[in-house]
Design a protein around this ligand. Structure first.
Ligand SMILES: Cc1cc2nc3c(=O)[nH]c(=O)nc-3n(C[C@H](O)[C@H](O)[C@H](O)COP(=O)(O)OP(=O)(O)OC[C@H]3O[C@@H](n4cnc5c(N)ncnc54)[C@H](O)[C@@H]3O)c2cc1C
Length: 385
C-alpha cells in the first residue's frame, strides 16, 4: 500500500521528492534485523542515505542543499519512516540533519559553513550533539562542562553522556558553560571536530533499541577549540538548542507517523487472514478495536505534527505545540507497537517478525528530545501553572 497523503497543497516537486525515496526501501531494509541483533551501524546503508539526497533537503543551494523548507523535509521523511524499517539508521539520519548542520546554517559564520556545511549535508562527515551529562539530563541547565576563554580559544572540560552517533561522529555540537550566569544564560554551543586533542570518545553503550545507531560518553580534558567554532554568541546556546529541538522533534516524530501507518497496515492484513474460532481475528471487536486505536493515534500524531511544522515554517512560536506533538506521537507509537505484538500473538513476540524491535525502538522516544514528563511540565507552565 502507499502512504496516506497528508492534507495540504503539495507541489509536483514536493510529491516527486517524497516518492523518490521509495526506490531505496528494499535496499534499506535488507538485513536490518541482523544489523539490529549485532548492534551494527551499516555504512553501506549510510551511503544509500547519502545518495538519496535526503540530508540536503532543508539547506541552502549555496552549500549544496536543495533549498526546501521544513514542511517539505518532514513530508519526505514521513515516507521514509513508512518504508524503512531500520529505525536506528533513521535516528542517525535525523541526528545528522539537526545536530550540527541546522544550527550551523542558522547561527554559524560563513567561514565555519565553508569548512563544514557542504560535507555535513553530503553525509561525508557524520555529526552528533552533546547536551546531556551524568548529572544533568532533564535539567540540562545543570550541566557542568565548562568552556573557558583563553586567548583565541576556548578550553573545554567535562563529560557528556548518551550521545547519539557519538562513536561515529567526525564533528559534534557541544553545549558548555561559558559564564557564571545560572540557568540557560551561561550556555554556549561549539562545533568540535572529534580529532581535537583532549577530546575522548567512549565505547558504544548497549541499549534496549535503536541498536543500529550507537551512543556513548564523551570526555573533554583541556580540549582547545578555536573561538571561530562558536555557534551564535556566548550565552546563546539554549536559544540555539530550542531551535534544534523543534527540528529534531518534527523530523524524528514524523518518521514515526510513517512507521505507525506501515505497522497498522501489517496488522490489518494479518487480522483479515489469521483465523481463530472459525473466523478471521479481525472480525473480533477486541482485535479490530486495537487497530482502530492505532489509526486514531497515528492520525492524531500526523495532524499535530503537520500543524506544528506549518506554524514553525511561518516563523511562529511552537512552544506548546511542539511539546504536545512530541507527547502524542511518542505515546501513540508505543501503544501501536504493543498492540501489533498482541495482534500477532506469539509471532509478534519473536525476533523474526520485527514487531518486538518496533517496541524496543519506540520506548526510547518518551525519554529523548525532552522527556514526556518535562514536556508536560512545560505545557503546564505555558498554561500559567
Ligand atoms: C535513545 C536516546 C538518545 C539520546 N540521544 C542524546 C543525544 O544525542 N545527545 C544528548 O545530549 N542526550 C541524548 N539523550 C539523553 C536524553 O536527552 C536524556 O536521557 C533526557 O534528557 C533525560 O535525562 P536523564 O536520562 O538523565 O533522566 P533524568 O533527568 O534523571 O530523569 C529521570 C526521570 O525523572 C523525570 N523527571 C525529572 N525531572 C522531572 C520533573 N521536574 N517533573 C517530572 N518528572 C521529572 C524524567 O522525566 C525521567 O522520567 C538520549 C537519550 C536516549 C534514550
Amino acid at each position: 500500500m502507499a502512504l496516506t497523503a497528508p492534507t495540504g497543497e503539495w507541489t509536483d516537486e514536493q510529491k516527486s521528492l517524497r516518492k523518490s525515496l521509495s526506490q531505496h526501501f528494499e535496499a534499506l531494509n535488507a538485513g536490518h534485523l541482523e544489523d539490529d541483533a549485532a548492534n551494527r551501524f551499516n555504512r553501506d546503508k549510510w551511503q544509500l542515505i547519502r545518495d538519496s539526497g535526503v540530508i540536503r533537503i532543508p539547506f541552502a543551494e549555496q552549500w549544496g542543499g536543495l533549498g526546501h523548507d521544513v514542511l517539505t523535509l518532514v513530508y519526505v521523511l514521513e515516507n521514509l519512516g513508512y518504508g524503512c524499517r531500520d529505525t536506528g539508521l533513521l535516528f542517525a539520519l535525523a541526528t545528522q540533519v539537526v545536530s550540527a548542520a541546522i544550527p550551523l546554517q542558522k547561527f554559524g559564520s560563513d567561514d565555519l559553513k565553508d569548512r563544514y556545511l557542504s560535507r555535513l549535508i553530503d553525509g561525508e562527515i557524520i555529526s552528533a550533539h552533546a547536551i546531556s551529562e551524568p548529572n544533568a539530563g532533564s535539567d540540562a541547565t545543570a550541566m557542568i562542562t565548562t568552556a573557558t576563554e583563553d586567548g583565541d580559544e576556548y578550553i573545554l572540560d567535562g563529560k557528556k553522556i548518551w550521545i547519539t552517533s557519538g562513536p561515529l561522529a567526525d564533528i559534534i555540537t557541544v553545549y558548555a558553560k561559558t559564564g557564571t550566569a545560572g540557568g540557560a544564560a551561561g550556555i554556549t554551543a561549539f562545533l568540535v571536530p572529534t580529532d581535537t586533542s583532549g577530546f575522548h570518545v567512549g565505547e558504544p553503550i548497549e541499549k534496549l533499541g535503536l541498536n543500529t545507531c550507537p551512543f556513548c560518553e564523551l570526555e573533554f580534558r583541556d580540549c582547545r577549540v578555536p573561538k571561530e567554532n562558536m555557534l551564535g554568541k556566548p550565552g546563546a546556546g539554549f536559544f540555539i538548542l530550542e531551535h534544534v529541538m523543534n527540528y529534531e522533534i518534527l523530523c524524528i516524530f514524523m518518521m514515526m507517523v510513517g512507521e505507525m501507518e506501515e505497522r497498522m497496515e501489517r496488522c490489518i492484513k494479518w487480522a483479515k487472514t489469521r483465523q481463530a474460532f472459525g473466523a478471521s481475528i479481525g472480525s473480533n471487536q477486541y482485535v479490530a478495536g486495537k487497530i482502530v486505536d492505532m489509526k486514531i493515534g497515528l492520525e492524531n500524531s500526523r495532524k499535530h505534527l503537520y500543524d506544528t511544522a506549518r506554524r514553525f515554517n511561518r516563523g511562529r512560536s511552537v512552544t506548546t505545540e511542539i511539546s504536545m506533538a512530541k507527547l502524542i506521537t511518542s505515546e501513540a507509537n508505543v501503544a501501536s507497537a504493543l498492540s501489533a505484538i498482541q495482534i500477532f500473538g506469539a509471532r509478534g513476540y519473536t525476533r523474526e517478525y520485527g514487531l518486538e524491535k518496533g517496541l524496543r525502538d519506540a520506548i526510547g522516544a518518551p525519554i529523548y528530545s525532552g522527556t514526556n514528563e518535562t514536556q508536560r511540565v512545560r505545557i503546564a507552565s505555558m498554561l500559567g501553572l
